[in-house]
Write a protein that binds this ligand. Structure first.
Ligand SMILES: [Zn+2]
Ligand SMILES: [Zn+2]
Length: 432
């Protein structure tokens, strides 16, 4: 172990007593039942909490998930995985669990990175790393995926096919200059050898009460593009020049009503100006002002329309005062498209595991997710796992310093994901 890594609790690596006996030799094993998965998962509850708290206490920023990846890889090896590949996309881990019966390949994805935030919670397992915090629930995602790995590894003799686990780095990283973890994982072959028929993921959802699972078929989470806008004034010595600051202010104002102009009002679009830089003295205007922002859209058509409209609006705004502008767009993430057929065929498994009334269709979300990369490569389904609890006051949004989860969601997540994946293998192993 690298000396700079925080110590890893020995108990996290204790190989569990097999939760379920294998099937008798020669007998045709039945597929795992929901009841079997539920009782196996319940038995894991203390370990799931312990794992999640360990990850929470030792958060690592995007592309620095060294300790987390080490815990993951050691755990998968302890569970007897057939293959554990490390250092994919820097700290990504890919594990293969082969059932003893023939069948297809299905993938489960978990993200491992934390955020540059200082936690304000005062829980005993709060972040021990100043300025870094699991404020998006990726600690829970990693613990849940390890729980699924453990539950299914005890049911190998009943599994028709292979489960591929993708523990990815840097879901939060996607910027104009740095690719997100999913892009790098795919680039480095995580979806090949073998290629899964489908991929599943879950994300904690503080807006949903724990016990609830939310889904949205089709385009479910927005595409994000950032833009860099440079507004240039005309400074003529001894003459009244065109003030870049004034021109930039006009541009910002002109961009505000853009959503209401010639865009389908039913098409959700957001435009955010996130930064303005220009000038450093009180007496004179700078030659140029830099503005940075982002747009979120749900379709390629809306994305192109917004980009055109931005250019058009800025041309009008700068022309009135003789300024000029340069506008550059940078794609960050594509739309998360939940394959409608995969969603429909998976809903019975979700309902079986979570309870029919706890599985609800939810509106699409403006937040981006690099799961989109996988789901553009193979059919994918990302569902939201209720992690809020109003009665306990667990209501803080993700990406805020008071974010927390109701840890009961860990067991729900393992049950739902294990059942969904096992059922997928059973369904698709029966098809020609
Ligand atoms: Zn996030
Ligand atoms: Zn997240």
């Amino acid at each position: 172990m690298s000396p700079r890594l925080a110590p890893i609790a020995a108990s996290l690596f204790l190989c569990a007593t097999p939760l379920l006996p294998g099937s008798a030799a020669g007998a045709e094993a039945l597929p795992p039942s929901a009841a079997q998965i539920a009782s196996a998962t319940e038995a894991l509850r203390p370990r799931l909490v312990e794992l999640r708290r360990d990850f929470h206490r030792h958060p690592e920023l995007a592309y620095h998930e060294e300790r987390t990846a080490q815990v993951v890889a050691e755990r998968l090896r302890a569970l007897g995985f057939d293959e554990v590949r490390t250092n994919i996309a820097r700290h990504g881990v890919v594990g293969l669990l082969k059932g003893t019966r023939p069948g297809p390949v299905v993938a489960v994805r978990a993200d491992m990175d934390a955020l540059p935030l200082s936690e304000t919670n005062t829980l005993p397992y709060c972040s021990a790393v100043p300025g870094v915090m699991h404020a998006c629930g990726h600690d829970a995602h990693t613990a849940i995926a390890l729980g699924v790995a453990e539950v299914l590894s005890r049911m190998r003799s009943q599994l028709p096919g292979t489960v591929k686990f993708l523990f990815q780095p840097a879901e939060e990283a996607g910027t104009s200059t740095e690719p997100d973890g999913a892009t790098l994982m795919i680039r480095e072959g995580a979806l090949e050898n073998p290629r899964p028929l489908a991929i599943f993921a879950l994300h904690t959802a503080p807006e949903l009460e724990v016990g609830t699972v939310g889904y949205h078929p089709g385009p479910a989470q927005a595409a994000i593009d950032t833009f860099q806008l440079t507004v240039r004034g005309k400074v003529a010595p001894g003459q009244q020049g065109c003030d870049a600051i004034v021109a930039a202010a006009q541009c910002v104002n002109a961009l505000q009503p853009i959503k209401g102009r010639r865009l389908d009002t039913l098409e959700p679009v957001t435009l955010t100006i996130g930064a303005i830089h220009g000038g450093n003295r009180p007496f004179s205007s700078p030659a140029e002002v830099q503005i940075e922002g982002s747009v979120r859209t749900f379709s390629e058509g809306a994305r192109i329309r917004v980009m055109d409209l931005l250019r058009e609006t800025l041309a009008e705004a700068t022309a009135t005062c003789g300024a000029t502008f340069d506008l550059q767009f940078h794609p960050v993430t594509a739309v998360v498209v939940n394959d409608p057929k995969l969603v429909q065929e998976s809903l019975p498994s979700l309902r079986q595991a979570a309870g029919a009334t706890h599985v609800i269709e939810i509106p699409r979300r403006m937040g981006g997710e690099d799961f989109s990369c996988y789901a553009h490569t193979v059919p994918g389904f990302l569902f939201r796992l209720g992690s809020g609890n109003w009665a306990k006051g667990i209501i803080a949004d993700a990406h805020t310093p008071a974010f927390d989860i109701d840890e009961d969601c860990l067991v729900v997540g393992v049950k739902v994901m294990s059942g969904t994946v096992a059922d997928f293998l059973v369904r698709h192993s029966r098809r020609p």
